[in-house]
Write a protein of this length. Sequence first.
Length: 286
Amino acid sequence: MAATADAPVVAAIGSSDDTLQVVRLAAREAASRNRPLSLLHAFNWAAALEAPSEAGPRTEAEDLLERAAAAAGEVEPALPVSGEIVEGSPLGALIRRSESAFLVAVGDGGMSRCEDCIPADALAVQLAAQAGCPVLVVRPEPPPPGPVLVGVDGSASSRAALGFAFDCAARRSAPLLAVQVTEPARTVGGGDPAGSAEDARAELVEAVARYGRRHPSVPVECHSVLGDPGNVLVDRSRSAQLAIVAGRGDEPLRGMLGAVSQSLLYHSPAPVIVVRGLVPTTPDGA
């Protein structure tokens, strides 16, 4: 699926302290692509009815949008910004909007600060598994000025992620770090581990060369290593300004996330884009 030329970047607006960081990063992403920014807040009527006055929660929601719009204007003054309050759950509203959005940005819900828990029902995780477009999961702290990191495993969905990563790196004037990780277990009974790693590197270099034709000015490093893919990518993400990964290897099904994308969502200190809803294309049509 290709987003329309006017498809917006949608930012999920909540009441947490991290919301303004979501807005700032979403605003920069929208401005870099000449797209409008749409602020979305899901209004919980059940909570409103329990309040002394329905006007209170509604007014709070409107104030949230006003503060979010002001934050977007501070980082990107010329960016077109709109705001919307909808009824229902945030997840349902964001999934619906993702069908017509270029990208949806959401806070991580504290995942990056949670060492011992795996919040599978967190909004960011559920959205990354079900959205119809790429999902940007924003961390509380601004990222460092490092490279754009992308995980590549040879699947069709990871090729879409690679193409998206090249575009992100070009718009940020940042280098690209493409990493392909081969699990040692895969080499048991299948030949020499060093030979498998060498084959993987050749495959990675070829893919990067093909997708890099559209962005010849982007500096690229290719790393092909043996190890656990999730652990390796989380470790490399510590110095990255953005980590990009496909939703689920060669099975990009709605409602499912692969182990690698989950590892990055839970543990990467960098903001993460989970690429969904895109068809891989290259200059030569592959």
